[in-house]
Write a protein that binds this ligand. Structure first.
Ligand code: ADP
Length: 632
């Protein structure tokens, strides 16, 4: 809440600069979104202008000479202009609708790119996720933030051109004098009266939007709670549609619990602060702004009618002036509202820019990595220690290890012992706090990051496959060589399942985009993920608990063929199941962030005081009772 109070104090200058930056972002992202909207708004204004002008002339004609030829020509001209402008306007509207939808997509890409190009350390930070979720929720709630700029721009263009059109249609109202014969109304020719009229116009024009803007401030006041309400709604309201929750929801009848959660926290219910404000001050302010509008419109009617009654102009022109002055008033008010909205939107933009301005501080090296088919890349951890930002404990402490080329390594240890952190540092998602990691003798920070990362393939525990064809998933691309994809799938034991698929590697996974798509089990998905890593054909293959979702037989299949599967590359294998690791050349045992033991399975088991011995025998009981493939 503190933050919101600070945000409300943004000055006009700050608000202007923030909005200016937002416009620049949109312009660089997609200029068409402005061009199409401007074209649409301008053609709309032209239609209004001609309709008002010609309608006045037609009524004029009907109430005076009733010349049928002139009437016919006026109607025909109006219809022709409206026809041409109408077509243009429809084209522009269509253009704008399409472009507008695309614009929001581009904005999503823009955020995605920012997220992906960010240092992992920043991306992993909860503040970054909090900022991003605020941006999304502000946009969902009422289009606040960058989204707001698009409708605001349209309103602004409409208002500016509307003012020009209205002045062109109404200026004579103020300069045409009351004829001498209308004695009682001659005071309306007095300059003081005109001054009073102008004051009334500007007073009303300023007052109404000022009151509306004051009322609008309640929206930013309740931004925090509305965001929370949206979050609650997004969570509880959509739970029922989620496939992965469907079973739990039905079996435990969680729906009534969810409904309660939603009702209790609903920011948009009749008891919410926003609803209370709408019934109280906010409602009164909006009502007053509307009343000021009505009073002003009434005054304009009176003024125009009196002048017409006095004989300054005919009946037809009455409609023209009333429409034009109303148009003038509405558009000036719209500009003021626009300015108010721009200011209200500024704090939301500030949140957006806080996210976009998160700097990349990791050192970006420029050394290139020599492409080698013999996988001769040697990695060494030299006295590496690491603390996660904001923590005092070391997640890794003085780790020293050198990977032999082509070696099959397993990393084991209890939860929290530092296995994942070790891999994160190896892939340079974080840099060591102390010590260095070297590739072929050179600190990895000196290499171009993208080139460095390209020598690794990783199968994460929570990997994700896409609802695209199987081949595209393995190849991570639209084009693929069927043969090599099939080979990789065969290596991981997916060949049987592949043969049962009617379209082979062209079969769609899941049904989101294709009704003939196949649903696959967790274990099958994991095999595909391993095949995807193999297909990348890199010097290092990292498997993070790759068999967690596999059944005992599938796991056995993978391990007995482990060396064949991973081929010549250096394979690093993280696992909790020690039985899976005994095929590896070397096992590294982590304990409280340090390597406490390393060696082959057989060698490690010879030390009854060692951590590995304890871990192995604790798990062995499980294998014995389960009778999975033989342990030693
Ligand atoms: P393992 O993979 O062996 O289960 P981790 O490498 O994930 O262990 O964790 C090592 C230590 O680092 C643990 O104490 C864990 O709590 C801590 N840790 C892991 N990730 C983070 C993080 N993002 N921020 C702070 N501490 C973390």
């Amino acid at each position: 809440m503190k933050k919101e109070t600070k945000k409300e104090q943004l000055s006009w200058k700050e608000a202007f600069l923030l909005n200016q930056r937002a416009i620049k972002i949109w312009w660089n992202l997609y200029p068409q979104v402005f061009l199409s909207d401007a074209a649409y708004q301008i053609t709309s204004i032209f239609i209004s202008y001609f309709t008002i002008w010609f309608s006045a002339r037609i009524i004029e004609e009907l109430t005076s000479s009733k010349d049928s030829r002139r009437l016919f020509s006026l109607i025909l001209t109006l219809l022709t202009i409206n026809f041409i402008l109408g077509i243009l306007n429809t084209i522009c509207k269509r253009w704008h609708t399409v472009v507008n939808d695309m614009a929001y997509e581009k904005l999503d890409y823009y955020y995605n790119e920012k997220m992906l190009s960010m240092d992992f350390i920043s991306m992993d930070h909860t503040h970054t996720h909090d900022l991003f979720s605020q941006i999304k929720q502000n946009a969902n709630w009422s289009d606040w933030g960058l989204n707001k700029l698009l409708p605001l721009f349209g309103d602004m263009i409409k208002a500016i051109f509307g003012i020009f059109a209205a002045i062109a249609l109404s200026w004579q109202l103020f300069v045409l004098p009351i004829p001498k014969q209308a004695n009682q109304l001659l005071w309306m020719n007095h300059p003081l009266f005109h001054l009073l009229l102008l004051l009334l116009l500007f007073g009303a024009v300023l007052l109404s939007p000022a009151i509306s803007n004051q009322a609008g401030k309640y929206w930013s006041k309740y931004a925090e709670s509305a965001r929370f309400g949206n979050r609650v709604f997004g969570f509880f309201g959509c739970m029922g549609y989620e496939q992965k929750r469907a079973l739990d929801i039905r079996i435990y009848e969680q729906n009534s619990m969810c409904r309660n959660g939603m009702i209790k926290n609903n920011t948009f219910s009749t008891h919410s602060p926003i609803a209370q404000a709408a019934r109280g001050n906010m409602g009164i302010l909006f009502g007053t702004a509307d009343a000021v509008n009505r009073i002003f419109t009434g005054c304009i009617y009176l003024f125009v009618c009196l002048k017409a009654w006095a004989g300054s102009f005919g009946i037809g022109t009455v409609t023209q002036y009333i429409s034009a002055v109303t148009m003038l008033y509405e558009n000036i008010a719209s500009i003021l509202l626009f300015l108010g909205q721009m200011r209200t939107n500024a704090p939301f933009l500030q949140t957006t820019f806080e996210f976009l301005d998160i700097p990349n501080t990791m050192y970006q090296g420029s050394l290139t990595i020599e492409k080698r088919n013999d996988y001769h890349y040697e990695i060494e951890f030299c006295h590496v220690s690491f603390q996660y930002p904001g923590t005092k404990e070391y997640a890794l402490k003085d780790v020293n290890i050198k990977f032999q080329i082509g070696e099959k390594l397993a990393i084991v240890g209890e939860n929290g012992s530092g296995k994942t952190t070790f891999i994160k540092l190896l892939c340079r998602l974080y840099d060591p706090t102390e010590g260095e990691i070297r590739l072929n003798g050179i600190d990895i920070r000196k290499y171009n990051y993208l080139e460095y990362i390209s020598i690794f393939s990783i199968v994460f525990q929570d990997f994700k496959l896409l609802a695209f064809p199987l081949g595209q998933n393995v190849a991570v691309g639209i084009n693929y060589q069927k043969k090599s994809i099939e080979d990789c799938l065969k290596k991981v034991g997916f060949d049987k399942r592949l043969h049962s698929m009617k379209d082979g590697v062209d079969t769609y996974l899941y049904k989101e985009f294709n009704k003939n798509g196949v649903e696959i089990s967790g274990g099958e998905a994991q095999k595909i993920a391993i095949a995807r890593a193999l297909n990348k054909n890199t010097a290092f293959l990292i498997l993070d608990e790759p068999t967690a979702a596999l059944d005992a037989v599938a796991e056995y299949e993978i391990y007995t063929k482990f060396n064949e599967i991973v081929g010549e590359c250096t394979a690093i294998y993280i696992s909790h199941r020690l039985s899976s690791c005994r095929f590896c050349d070397k096992i590294i045992v982590f304990e409280r962030g340090s390597i406490c033991q390393q060696g082959s399975h057989k060698k490690l088991l010879t030390d009854p005081k060692g951590k590995y011995y304890t871990l192995w025998h604790t798990q062995a009981q499980y294998y014995e009772t389960k009778k999975t493939p033989k342990s030693e």
